[in-house]
Design a protein around this ligand. Structure first.
Ligand code: LLP
Length: 435
């Protein structure tokens, strides 16, 4: 088994995370349970930030809070000196309630409502990433009414690169719901409209080419395409970008098939390319912003489940069910995402059989892991599924009226509950009886 971060095996032969026994965590907090290795989140955050600092490049590392947004996580992001990317009124509300400095919040989204934009402007957030012409008009109408002081905006562009996990396809015509197309003139039109509008301060451009990307090529190509345009726009409109935001998408290791590269390598290759492009086109070096989500929290999260029923399909497979499933981790059902797991009460025991881990939801597609080698399992073993820190809790749902699990942060031998377990009463919180 491959352990990382503070995860390892303790003297009792149990899985340990952040110096805390995982079996004891399951006993104290119940299962399913999301456990986060706080030291690993800090290490990842520092990994991204340090390279910018070492190379003396002005930068912002904005945590894409959609990966895992809770008050405690936002506070941890602040402790680590990160900025924050939010994509909805709910994420913005969480950030503000957590006391995150508004000026370090960036607001994304392809269909922000008037109410969400007003909330952002009223709270003086750092910048709004404008996604489309409709949003420009909406913002203009809000500014006319509110007459705020200038608001910082980035324009989200689609550079015509589709980054897939391992390969890159250059698309002539970008087919995406996000952003202004860089090639067909939309981005240029958006820029001229934004530059003319007195309430906007155009900080620069943003792009996000995809997620779970294992190479730097896509980021470098995106930077190239954007800087080429910036060179054109400098001559035409005397526009010099202050910020180049290259988004998130840095890949992580879910299983042994994944081969991620270090945050420092992504960052140094991006810096090198942006520097050389700016020299080539005689432009001033912009601040570089990035927005990692998954790569900050993904491998820091482990979900603990209790095993329950099992079913043999002779000659085919054995299903072993756990007390959670697609309600706490929808990624296998949605993306055929793959995970590794061990029994937390005997992580080093020799594998004896291959089982398929089923969830408890009323749906055949509710499978967490197919064909997992496991030691002989007993009733109420604790199954630890690794790498569930990103888009696990944040995409959790109440299908079958299953309450969402709690979240525990572990660090230096201490466990602290940061999200309570949802109760049955919580499930009925919004229900009203038939009149
Ligand atoms: N910035 C923007 C504008 C984004 O749209 C995203 C992710 C990120 C940053 C962060 O990307 P990351 O570093 O986490 O890859 N639910 C899917 C992932 C959706 C990602 C959406 N946008 C999953 O579970 O894989």
């Amino acid at each position: 088994m491959y352990f990382y971060g503070t995860t390892g095996v303790n003297k009792k032969g149990h899985l340990e995370i952040g110096g805390v026994d995982a079996v004891e965590l399951a006993e104290s907090f119940g299962t399913p349970l999301y456990v986060y290795d706080v030291a690993l989140i800090r290490e990842r955050a520092r990994g991204f930030k340090l390279t910018f600092e070492e190379q003396n490049v002005k930068a912002q590392v904005a945590y894409a809070s959609k990966a895992f947004s809770t008050v405690a996580m936002v506070q941890l992001a602040e402790e680590e000196g990160l900025s924050l990317d939010v994509v909805s009124g709910g994420e913005l509300f969480t950030a503000l309630k957590a006391g995150f400095p508004a000026e370090k919040i960036h607001f994304h989204g392809n269909n922000k409502s008037r109410q969400e934009l007003e909330m952002a402007i009223d709270n003086g957030i750092g910048c709004i990433v404008i996604d489309n012409f409709y949003e420009i008009e909406l913002l203009k109408s809000i500014c006319t009414e509110k007459q705020p002081k200038e608001i910082n905006v980035l324009l989200r562009v689609t550079p015509g690169i589709e980054a897939h996990t391992h390969d890159y396809i250059l698309t002539g015509q970008e087919d995406s719901k996000f952003g202004f197309d860089l090639q067909n003139g939309q981005a240029e039109q958006a820029l001229t409209e934004a530059l003319e509008y007195p309430y906007f301060h155009v900080l620069g451009l943003h792009c996000h080419i995809g997620s779970q990307i294992f190479e730097t090529t896509g980021f470098l190509l995106a930077a190239q395409k954007i800087v080429e345009k910036l060179a054109e726009w400098k001559n035409k409109y005397a526009f010099q970008t202050q910020v180049l935001n290259l988004g998130g998408g840095f890949g992580i290791r879910y299983t042994k098939e994944d081969e991620p590269i270090a945050p420092s390598q992504y960052v140094s290759e991006i810096i090198k390319e942006v520097k050389s492009l700016n020299e080539q086109y005689d432009l001033t070096m912009p601040e570089i912003w990035i927005e990692p989500g998954r790569s900050l929290v993904g491998d820091a999260g482990v979900t603990l489940y209790k095993t329950g029923s099992s079913k043999d399909v002779p000659g085919v497979r054995r299903y072993l069910a756990v007390d959670g499933g697609m309600s706490d981790n929808i990624r296998p059902a949605l993306y055929q995402a793959k995970y590794e797991a061990v029994l937390a009460n005997k992580p080093l025991a020799q594998a004896k059989e291959t089982v398929s881990i089923a969830g408890k939801c009323c749906e055949s597609g509710d499978m967490l892991i197919w064909d997992l080698p496991l030691p002989e399992s007993e009733d109420e073993d604790i199954l630890a599924v690794f790498c569930t820190g990103a888009y696990g809790y944040s995409m959790a749902n109440n299908y079958n009226r299953i309450p969402r699990p709690p979240v525990v942060f572990v660090e230096n031998g201490k466990a602290s509950l940061v999200v309570k377990r949802e109760s049955y009463e919580d499930l009925l919180r919004l229900d009203l009886p038939l009149k």
